[in-house]
Design a protein around this ligand. Sequence first.
Ligand SMILES: Cc1cc2nc3c(=O)[nH]c(=O)nc-3n(C[C@H](O)[C@H](O)[C@H](O)COP(=O)(O)OP(=O)(O)OC[C@H]3O[C@@H](n4cnc5c(N)ncnc54)[C@H](O)[C@@H]3O)c2cc1C
Length: 379
Amino acid sequence: MIPRTLFDADLDGFRDSVRRFLEQEATPHHAQWEKDGQVSRELWEKAGALGFLCPMLPEEYGGVGADFRYSAVIMEEVSRAGLSGIGWTLHSDIVAPYILNYGSEAQKKHYLPRLATGEMIGAIAMTEPGAGSDLQGVKSNAIKQGDHYVLNGSKTFITNGQMADLVIVVAKTDPKEGAKGTSLFLVEAAWEGFEKGQNLNKVGMKAQDTSELFFQDVRIPVTHLLGGREGQGFFQLMQELPAERLQVALTAVAAAEAAWGWTLDYVKDRKAFGKPVIAFQNTRFKMAEMKAEITAARVFTDRCLELHLERKLDIPTAAMLKQLTTDLQCKVMDECVQLHGGYGYMWEYPIARAWADSRVQRIYAGTNEIMKEIVARSF
Ligand SMILES: Cc1cc2nc3c(=O)[nH]c(=O)nc-3n(C[C@H](O)[C@H](O)[C@H](O)COP(=O)(O)OP(=O)(O)OC[C@H]3O[C@@H](n4cnc5c(N)ncnc54)[C@H](O)[C@@H]3O)c2cc1C
Protein backbone atom coordinates (compact mmCIF):
# COMPACT_ATOMS: atom_id res chain seq x y z
CA MET A 1 0.00 0.00 0.00
CA ILE A 2 1.24 3.49 -0.78
CA PRO A 3 0.56 5.86 2.16
CA ARG A 4 -0.87 9.28 1.38
CA THR A 5 1.66 11.91 2.41
CA LEU A 6 -0.33 15.15 2.13
CA PHE A 7 -2.55 14.63 5.16
CA ASP A 8 -1.25 15.09 8.72
CA ALA A 9 -2.84 14.35 12.12
CA ASP A 10 -4.85 17.62 12.08
CA LEU A 11 -6.35 16.72 8.74
CA ASP A 12 -7.06 13.15 9.90
CA GLY A 13 -8.93 14.59 12.89
CA PHE A 14 -10.83 16.93 10.59
CA ARG A 15 -11.68 13.97 8.33
CA ASP A 16 -13.10 12.06 11.32
CA SER A 17 -15.32 14.97 12.30
CA VAL A 18 -16.62 15.44 8.73
CA ARG A 19 -17.27 11.68 8.48
CA ARG A 20 -19.17 11.63 11.79
CA PHE A 21 -21.20 14.67 10.81
CA LEU A 22 -22.21 13.08 7.50
CA GLU A 23 -23.07 9.76 9.15
CA GLN A 24 -25.35 11.53 11.61
CA GLU A 25 -26.78 14.38 9.60
CA ALA A 26 -26.83 13.26 5.97
CA THR A 27 -26.75 9.48 5.43
CA PRO A 28 -30.00 8.75 7.34
CA HIS A 29 -31.90 11.34 5.24
CA HIS A 30 -30.38 10.82 1.81
CA ALA A 31 -33.04 8.38 0.53
CA GLN A 32 -35.75 10.92 1.42
CA TRP A 33 -33.76 13.71 -0.24
CA GLU A 34 -33.63 11.57 -3.38
CA LYS A 35 -37.44 11.59 -3.37
CA ASP A 36 -37.47 15.36 -2.69
CA GLY A 37 -34.94 16.01 -5.46
CA GLN A 38 -32.79 18.09 -3.13
CA VAL A 39 -31.12 18.01 0.28
CA SER A 40 -32.42 20.08 3.21
CA ARG A 41 -31.39 23.67 3.91
CA GLU A 42 -30.88 22.63 7.50
CA LEU A 43 -27.99 20.42 6.40
CA TRP A 44 -26.32 23.41 4.76
CA GLU A 45 -26.80 25.57 7.84
CA LYS A 46 -25.46 22.88 10.18
CA ALA A 47 -22.45 22.37 7.92
CA GLY A 48 -21.89 26.14 7.85
CA ALA A 49 -22.01 26.36 11.64
CA LEU A 50 -19.26 23.72 11.87
CA GLY A 51 -17.03 25.41 9.31
CA PHE A 52 -17.57 22.78 6.59
CA LEU A 53 -18.64 25.36 4.00
CA CYS A 54 -15.94 27.48 2.32
CA PRO A 55 -13.21 26.58 4.87
CA MET A 56 -10.60 28.16 2.62
CA LEU A 57 -12.01 31.69 2.95
CA PRO A 58 -9.91 34.09 5.02
CA GLU A 59 -11.34 34.80 8.48
CA GLU A 60 -12.34 38.35 7.51
CA TYR A 61 -14.78 36.83 5.01
CA GLY A 62 -16.21 34.18 7.32
CA GLY A 63 -13.87 31.25 6.69
CA VAL A 64 -11.03 29.78 8.72
CA GLY A 65 -8.28 30.34 6.15
CA ALA A 66 -7.78 26.60 5.65
CA ASP A 67 -5.71 25.36 2.73
CA PHE A 68 -7.27 23.33 -0.08
CA ARG A 69 -6.52 19.99 1.64
CA TYR A 70 -9.42 20.68 4.03
CA SER A 71 -11.75 21.16 1.09
CA ALA A 72 -10.34 17.95 -0.42
CA VAL A 73 -11.17 16.06 2.78
CA ILE A 74 -14.79 17.30 2.70
CA MET A 75 -15.32 16.40 -0.95
CA GLU A 76 -13.70 12.97 -0.51
CA GLU A 77 -15.85 12.16 2.51
CA VAL A 78 -19.07 13.24 0.80
CA SER A 79 -18.11 11.17 -2.23
CA ARG A 80 -17.04 8.00 -0.41
CA ALA A 81 -20.32 8.05 1.54
CA GLY A 82 -22.25 8.22 -1.75
CA LEU A 83 -23.96 11.47 -0.72
CA SER A 84 -24.27 12.74 -4.26
CA GLY A 85 -27.05 15.17 -3.40
CA ILE A 86 -24.73 17.47 -1.48
CA GLY A 87 -23.53 20.32 -3.69
CA TRP A 88 -20.97 21.83 -1.32
CA THR A 89 -17.97 21.47 -3.61
CA LEU A 90 -19.53 23.67 -6.24
CA HIS A 91 -20.57 26.21 -3.62
CA SER A 92 -17.39 26.27 -1.50
CA ASP A 93 -14.66 25.52 -4.00
CA ILE A 94 -15.99 26.91 -7.27
CA VAL A 95 -18.44 29.75 -6.57
CA ALA A 96 -16.70 31.24 -3.51
CA PRO A 97 -13.22 31.29 -5.17
CA TYR A 98 -14.57 33.27 -8.16
CA ILE A 99 -15.76 35.95 -5.74
CA LEU A 100 -12.62 35.78 -3.62
CA ASN A 101 -10.31 35.96 -6.64
CA TYR A 102 -12.16 38.46 -8.85
CA GLY A 103 -14.76 40.18 -6.64
CA SER A 104 -14.65 43.75 -5.38
CA GLU A 105 -14.16 44.32 -1.66
CA ALA A 106 -17.88 45.14 -1.34
CA GLN A 107 -18.86 41.90 -3.11
CA LYS A 108 -16.52 39.87 -0.91
CA LYS A 109 -17.77 41.48 2.30
CA HIS A 110 -21.39 41.05 1.34
CA TYR A 111 -21.50 37.56 -0.16
CA LEU A 112 -18.63 35.46 1.20
CA PRO A 113 -19.70 35.38 4.89
CA ARG A 114 -23.22 34.44 3.79
CA LEU A 115 -21.84 31.58 1.68
CA ALA A 116 -19.71 30.41 4.60
CA THR A 117 -22.70 30.12 6.95
CA GLY A 118 -24.99 28.56 4.36
CA GLU A 119 -27.36 31.52 4.59
CA MET A 120 -26.86 31.81 0.83
CA ILE A 121 -26.30 28.86 -1.51
CA GLY A 122 -24.21 29.41 -4.62
CA ALA A 123 -24.38 28.11 -8.18
CA ILE A 124 -22.61 28.83 -11.46
CA ALA A 125 -24.56 29.03 -14.70
CA MET A 126 -22.50 28.54 -17.85
CA THR A 127 -24.39 25.91 -19.84
CA GLU A 128 -27.35 26.80 -22.05
CA PRO A 129 -29.73 24.62 -24.03
CA GLY A 130 -27.71 25.40 -27.17
CA ALA A 131 -24.20 25.81 -25.71
CA GLY A 132 -22.35 23.41 -23.42
CA SER A 133 -18.87 22.43 -24.57
CA ASP A 134 -18.72 25.47 -26.84
CA LEU A 135 -19.13 28.22 -24.28
CA GLN A 136 -18.28 30.89 -26.83
CA GLY A 137 -21.72 30.14 -28.25
CA VAL A 138 -23.51 31.38 -25.12
CA LYS A 139 -26.55 33.44 -26.10
CA SER A 140 -27.51 34.93 -22.72
CA ASN A 141 -26.71 38.60 -22.91
CA ALA A 142 -26.30 41.43 -20.44
CA ILE A 143 -26.52 44.80 -22.10
CA LYS A 144 -25.50 47.94 -20.25
CA GLN A 145 -28.20 50.57 -19.72
CA GLY A 146 -26.99 53.36 -17.42
CA ASP A 147 -26.06 51.99 -14.02
CA HIS A 148 -27.51 48.52 -14.76
CA TYR A 149 -27.03 45.61 -17.11
CA VAL A 150 -30.20 44.02 -18.46
CA LEU A 151 -29.88 40.24 -18.55
CA ASN A 152 -31.87 38.00 -20.88
CA GLY A 153 -31.45 34.32 -21.68
CA SER A 154 -31.70 30.86 -20.20
CA LYS A 155 -29.42 28.24 -18.66
CA THR A 156 -29.76 24.53 -18.09
CA PHE A 157 -28.24 21.68 -16.04
CA ILE A 158 -27.34 24.07 -13.22
CA THR A 159 -26.17 22.32 -10.04
CA ASN A 160 -27.79 23.70 -6.85
CA GLY A 161 -30.18 25.41 -9.27
CA GLN A 162 -33.32 25.05 -7.16
CA MET A 163 -31.68 25.98 -3.87
CA ALA A 164 -29.35 28.71 -5.12
CA ASP A 165 -29.67 32.26 -3.78
CA LEU A 166 -26.65 33.57 -5.67
CA VAL A 167 -25.70 32.54 -9.20
CA ILE A 168 -22.59 33.42 -11.16
CA VAL A 169 -24.01 33.89 -14.64
CA VAL A 170 -21.96 33.71 -17.83
CA ALA A 171 -23.37 36.21 -20.34
CA LYS A 172 -22.32 38.19 -23.37
CA THR A 173 -21.75 41.86 -22.77
CA ASP A 174 -20.85 42.12 -26.45
CA PRO A 175 -22.97 39.57 -28.34
CA LYS A 176 -20.96 40.13 -31.57
CA GLU A 177 -17.84 38.74 -29.90
CA GLY A 178 -17.03 35.21 -28.68
CA ALA A 179 -14.63 34.87 -25.76
CA LYS A 180 -13.81 38.59 -25.73
CA GLY A 181 -17.47 39.53 -25.35
CA THR A 182 -18.10 37.25 -22.36
CA SER A 183 -18.47 38.44 -18.76
CA LEU A 184 -19.47 36.96 -15.40
CA PHE A 185 -22.13 38.49 -13.15
CA LEU A 186 -23.23 37.94 -9.58
CA VAL A 187 -26.98 37.57 -9.80
CA GLU A 188 -29.36 37.03 -6.90
CA ALA A 189 -32.17 34.55 -7.41
CA ALA A 190 -34.65 36.89 -5.69
CA TRP A 191 -34.27 39.61 -8.33
CA GLU A 192 -37.21 40.37 -10.58
CA GLY A 193 -37.15 38.51 -13.87
CA PHE A 194 -35.08 35.59 -12.52
CA GLU A 195 -37.07 32.35 -12.65
CA LYS A 196 -36.13 28.84 -11.72
CA GLY A 197 -37.42 26.19 -14.09
CA GLN A 198 -37.79 22.48 -13.56
CA ASN A 199 -35.73 20.43 -11.16
CA LEU A 200 -34.42 18.08 -13.84
CA ASN A 201 -35.06 14.34 -13.62
CA LYS A 202 -31.63 12.76 -13.86
CA VAL A 203 -30.36 9.17 -14.26
CA GLY A 204 -28.39 9.48 -11.01
CA MET A 205 -27.54 12.06 -8.35
CA LYS A 206 -31.23 12.03 -7.49
CA ALA A 207 -30.89 14.19 -4.38
CA GLN A 208 -28.95 16.88 -6.26
CA ASP A 209 -31.07 19.74 -7.56
CA THR A 210 -30.10 20.41 -11.16
CA SER A 211 -32.18 23.04 -12.90
CA GLU A 212 -33.06 25.25 -15.75
CA LEU A 213 -32.84 28.99 -15.05
CA PHE A 214 -34.54 31.78 -16.98
CA PHE A 215 -33.70 35.48 -17.10
CA GLN A 216 -36.13 38.03 -18.46
CA ASP A 217 -34.96 41.64 -18.29
CA VAL A 218 -33.19 41.03 -14.98
CA ARG A 219 -31.65 44.32 -13.89
CA ILE A 220 -28.14 43.76 -12.58
CA PRO A 221 -26.41 46.73 -10.90
CA VAL A 222 -23.10 47.49 -12.70
CA THR A 223 -21.33 46.77 -9.40
CA HIS A 224 -22.22 43.09 -9.88
CA LEU A 225 -19.99 42.59 -12.90
CA LEU A 226 -17.29 40.24 -11.62
CA GLY A 227 -13.83 41.68 -12.01
CA GLY A 228 -15.07 45.20 -12.71
CA ARG A 229 -14.32 45.11 -16.46
CA GLU A 230 -16.36 43.66 -19.32
CA GLY A 231 -14.90 40.84 -21.42
CA GLN A 232 -12.96 39.14 -18.63
CA GLY A 233 -15.30 36.15 -18.30
CA PHE A 234 -13.39 33.66 -20.44
CA PHE A 235 -10.09 34.44 -18.80
CA GLN A 236 -11.70 33.99 -15.37
CA LEU A 237 -13.25 30.66 -16.39
CA MET A 238 -9.95 29.38 -17.80
CA GLN A 239 -8.14 30.29 -14.57
CA GLU A 240 -10.63 28.47 -12.35
CA LEU A 241 -11.34 25.34 -14.42
CA PRO A 242 -8.16 23.36 -13.49
CA ALA A 243 -9.20 23.49 -9.82
CA GLU A 244 -12.69 22.30 -10.74
CA ARG A 245 -11.21 19.36 -12.64
CA LEU A 246 -8.98 18.42 -9.72
CA GLN A 247 -12.08 18.46 -7.52
CA VAL A 248 -13.88 16.08 -9.86
CA ALA A 249 -10.83 13.78 -9.79
CA LEU A 250 -10.72 13.78 -5.99
CA THR A 251 -14.37 12.72 -5.84
CA ALA A 252 -13.86 10.13 -8.60
CA VAL A 253 -11.02 8.36 -6.84
CA ALA A 254 -12.75 8.48 -3.44
CA ALA A 255 -15.91 7.00 -4.97
CA ALA A 256 -13.91 4.26 -6.74
CA GLU A 257 -12.08 3.35 -3.52
CA ALA A 258 -15.37 3.13 -1.63
CA ALA A 259 -17.00 0.97 -4.31
CA TRP A 260 -14.00 -1.35 -4.31
CA GLY A 261 -14.31 -1.75 -0.53
CA TRP A 262 -18.09 -2.46 -0.62
CA THR A 263 -17.48 -5.00 -3.37
CA LEU A 264 -14.74 -6.77 -1.47
CA ASP A 265 -17.09 -7.17 1.51
CA TYR A 266 -19.83 -8.42 -0.77
CA VAL A 267 -17.82 -11.03 -2.68
CA LYS A 268 -16.39 -12.42 0.56
CA ASP A 269 -19.90 -12.86 1.90
CA ARG A 270 -21.87 -13.97 -1.15
CA LYS A 271 -21.73 -17.66 -2.08
CA ALA A 272 -22.19 -19.37 -5.44
CA PHE A 273 -21.51 -23.02 -6.30
CA GLY A 274 -20.82 -23.64 -2.62
CA LYS A 275 -18.02 -21.10 -2.22
CA PRO A 276 -17.62 -17.35 -1.71
CA VAL A 277 -17.59 -15.35 -4.93
CA ILE A 278 -14.11 -14.08 -4.00
CA ALA A 279 -12.81 -17.66 -4.44
CA PHE A 280 -13.34 -17.50 -8.23
CA GLN A 281 -10.21 -16.53 -10.07
CA ASN A 282 -12.16 -14.03 -12.21
CA THR A 283 -13.27 -12.16 -9.08
CA ARG A 284 -9.80 -12.13 -7.59
CA PHE A 285 -8.25 -10.89 -10.83
CA LYS A 286 -10.91 -8.20 -11.33
CA MET A 287 -10.40 -6.98 -7.77
CA ALA A 288 -6.61 -7.01 -8.25
CA GLU A 289 -6.80 -5.10 -11.55
CA MET A 290 -9.08 -2.48 -10.04
CA LYS A 291 -6.85 -2.15 -6.99
CA ALA A 292 -3.83 -1.46 -9.21
CA GLU A 293 -5.64 1.13 -11.32
CA ILE A 294 -7.20 2.91 -8.36
CA THR A 295 -3.80 3.05 -6.63
CA ALA A 296 -2.23 4.61 -9.72
CA ALA A 297 -5.07 7.13 -9.97
CA ARG A 298 -4.76 7.99 -6.26
CA VAL A 299 -1.03 8.70 -6.58
CA PHE A 300 -1.56 10.83 -9.71
CA THR A 301 -4.42 12.73 -8.04
CA ASP A 302 -2.46 13.42 -4.86
CA ARG A 303 0.47 14.68 -6.90
CA CYS A 304 -1.89 17.06 -8.74
CA LEU A 305 -3.33 18.13 -5.39
CA GLU A 306 0.19 18.91 -4.25
CA LEU A 307 0.84 20.91 -7.44
CA HIS A 308 -2.43 22.78 -6.90
CA LEU A 309 -1.36 23.69 -3.36
CA GLU A 310 1.83 25.10 -4.89
CA ARG A 311 -0.29 26.90 -7.55
CA LYS A 312 1.46 24.89 -10.25
CA LEU A 313 -1.30 22.64 -11.59
CA ASP A 314 -1.49 23.49 -15.28
CA ILE A 315 -4.54 23.25 -17.54
CA PRO A 316 -3.49 20.18 -19.61
CA THR A 317 -2.44 18.18 -16.54
CA ALA A 318 -5.76 18.91 -14.81
CA ALA A 319 -7.56 17.86 -18.01
CA MET A 320 -5.59 14.58 -18.18
CA LEU A 321 -6.38 13.91 -14.54
CA LYS A 322 -10.11 14.57 -14.91
CA GLN A 323 -10.38 12.33 -17.98
CA LEU A 324 -8.35 9.48 -16.55
CA THR A 325 -9.92 9.35 -13.09
CA THR A 326 -13.54 9.69 -14.25
CA ASP A 327 -13.11 7.05 -16.97
CA LEU A 328 -11.64 4.81 -14.28
CA GLN A 329 -14.47 5.61 -11.85
CA CYS A 330 -17.07 4.52 -14.41
CA LYS A 331 -15.10 1.36 -15.26
CA VAL A 332 -14.76 0.45 -11.57
CA MET A 333 -18.46 1.07 -10.88
CA ASP A 334 -19.42 -1.15 -13.80
CA GLU A 335 -17.13 -4.02 -12.69
CA CYS A 336 -18.38 -3.67 -9.11
CA VAL A 337 -22.03 -3.84 -10.19
CA GLN A 338 -21.17 -6.98 -12.17
CA LEU A 339 -19.55 -8.61 -9.13
CA HIS A 340 -22.70 -7.87 -7.09
CA GLY A 341 -24.85 -9.77 -9.62
CA GLY A 342 -28.56 -8.82 -9.63
CA TYR A 343 -28.26 -7.07 -6.29
CA GLY A 344 -25.90 -4.61 -7.91
CA TYR A 345 -28.79 -3.39 -10.04
CA MET A 346 -31.08 -2.73 -7.06
CA TRP A 347 -31.38 0.92 -6.02
CA GLU A 348 -31.13 0.15 -2.29
CA TYR A 349 -27.60 -1.16 -2.81
CA PRO A 350 -25.04 1.67 -2.60
CA ILE A 351 -23.18 0.26 -5.60
CA ALA A 352 -26.26 0.71 -7.83
CA ARG A 353 -26.55 4.36 -6.83
CA ALA A 354 -22.79 4.90 -7.17
CA TRP A 355 -22.89 3.41 -10.67
CA ALA A 356 -25.72 5.77 -11.70
CA ASP A 357 -24.10 8.75 -9.97
CA SER A 358 -20.73 8.19 -11.62
CA ARG A 359 -21.80 8.49 -15.24
CA VAL A 360 -22.07 12.26 -15.30
CA GLN A 361 -18.49 12.71 -14.10
CA ARG A 362 -17.33 12.08 -17.69
CA ILE A 363 -19.73 14.78 -18.95
CA TYR A 364 -19.64 17.82 -16.67
CA ALA A 365 -16.74 20.15 -15.81
CA GLY A 366 -15.87 19.78 -19.52
CA THR A 367 -16.60 16.46 -21.25
CA ASN A 368 -13.80 13.91 -21.41
CA GLU A 369 -13.59 14.50 -25.17
CA ILE A 370 -12.92 18.18 -24.48
CA MET A 371 -10.31 17.11 -21.90
CA LYS A 372 -8.49 15.13 -24.62
CA GLU A 373 -8.71 18.14 -26.96
CA ILE A 374 -7.06 20.31 -24.29
CA VAL A 375 -4.30 17.75 -23.75
CA ALA A 376 -3.75 17.27 -27.50
CA ARG A 377 -3.47 21.04 -28.03
CA SER A 378 -0.62 21.17 -25.53
CA PHE A 379 1.72 18.82 -27.48
C1 LIG B 1 -25.78 16.66 -13.56
C2 LIG B 1 -25.18 17.81 -14.31
C3 LIG B 1 -24.74 18.92 -13.59
C4 LIG B 1 -24.22 20.02 -14.27
N1 LIG B 1 -23.88 21.15 -13.58
C5 LIG B 1 -23.58 22.28 -14.27
C6 LIG B 1 -23.44 23.52 -13.58
O1 LIG B 1 -23.52 23.61 -12.36
N2 LIG B 1 -23.19 24.63 -14.33
C7 LIG B 1 -23.08 24.60 -15.68
O2 LIG B 1 -22.88 25.63 -16.28
N3 LIG B 1 -23.20 23.43 -16.36
C8 LIG B 1 -23.47 22.28 -15.69
N4 LIG B 1 -23.64 21.10 -16.36
C9 LIG B 1 -23.52 21.10 -17.81
C10 LIG B 1 -22.31 20.37 -18.33
O3 LIG B 1 -21.13 21.08 -18.00
C11 LIG B 1 -22.49 20.18 -19.84
O4 LIG B 1 -23.53 19.21 -20.00
C12 LIG B 1 -21.22 19.74 -20.54
O5 LIG B 1 -20.27 20.77 -20.57
C13 LIG B 1 -21.48 19.27 -21.98
O6 LIG B 1 -22.22 20.21 -22.69
P1 LIG B 1 -23.51 19.72 -23.53
O7 LIG B 1 -24.37 18.94 -22.59
O8 LIG B 1 -24.10 20.87 -24.20
O9 LIG B 1 -22.93 18.70 -24.58
P2 LIG B 1 -22.36 19.06 -26.04
O10 LIG B 1 -21.38 20.16 -25.92
O11 LIG B 1 -23.51 19.24 -26.96
O12 LIG B 1 -21.60 17.72 -26.39
C14 LIG B 1 -22.24 16.57 -27.00
C15 LIG B 1 -21.13 15.58 -27.36
O13 LIG B 1 -20.27 16.18 -28.32
C16 LIG B 1 -18.94 16.10 -27.87
N5 LIG B 1 -18.18 17.25 -28.33
C17 LIG B 1 -18.52 18.56 -28.26
N6 LIG B 1 -17.53 19.32 -28.76
C18 LIG B 1 -16.55 18.48 -29.15
C19 LIG B 1 -15.24 18.64 -29.71
N7 LIG B 1 -14.75 19.86 -29.98
N8 LIG B 1 -14.50 17.54 -29.96
C20 LIG B 1 -14.98 16.31 -29.68
N9 LIG B 1 -16.19 16.08 -29.14
C21 LIG B 1 -16.96 17.15 -28.87
C22 LIG B 1 -19.03 16.08 -26.35
O14 LIG B 1 -17.87 15.56 -25.76
C23 LIG B 1 -20.25 15.19 -26.15
O15 LIG B 1 -19.87 13.86 -26.22
C24 LIG B 1 -24.11 19.97 -15.69
C25 LIG B 1 -24.51 18.83 -16.39
C26 LIG B 1 -25.06 17.78 -15.72
C27 LIG B 1 -25.55 16.59 -16.52
